[in-house]
Design a protein. Sequence first.
Length: 206
Amino acid sequence: MKMSRSQKTTKPDRRRTLNQDQIKICAMEVFSEIGYMKATVKDITTRANVGHGTFYHYFKNKNDLLDQLVDDLFEKVNQDVQPKTLSESLYETMKDEAGTILDFYNQNRGVLLALKEAMMVDQHYKDKWLKISERLFKRIERDIKGSMKKGYCHNMNIDITIRALACMFEGYGHHLMLQPASPRETQITAESLTDFCYKAVFKLEA
């Protein structure tokens, strides 16, 4: 049977996507195991079972690969922080969002650990880290500011409160990057952090 032009162009596109995805997945595994600075293109291509030529067809170098991984991650964060219509209580909403933040660190540890290393020697990556962090914690800022307007919170400095909560989650997120937790452990942690935040920030009658 004769293939259409669209079918002929789709197959190479699928192969390209598969190759790129395989390299990215294996790169994250390598970064998690030996670190970004020690990892070489050879380490990545060996794990991905592809040649150097294939790697350089998609990426200029290891830094370019990390840039693409981080950009993919930012897009994921950007989608996660979009406002959602929820019928849950304020507490349940906070718990769900706490779980989402912790899962983010848990599930993307390979890229985040690499980014943490790279930002120590390159301001470019520090800017990328801050960009992701600011977007990730927009959910906290949105919840706290909205609740304060409704009178649900204690009288406190809103900017300091938001930054303190973000630092607390980011600190525990760093712990999860180094020591991944099971979904159940992450859920328990999210509940504990939510209890702490809820009692400290919100009035009991909220």
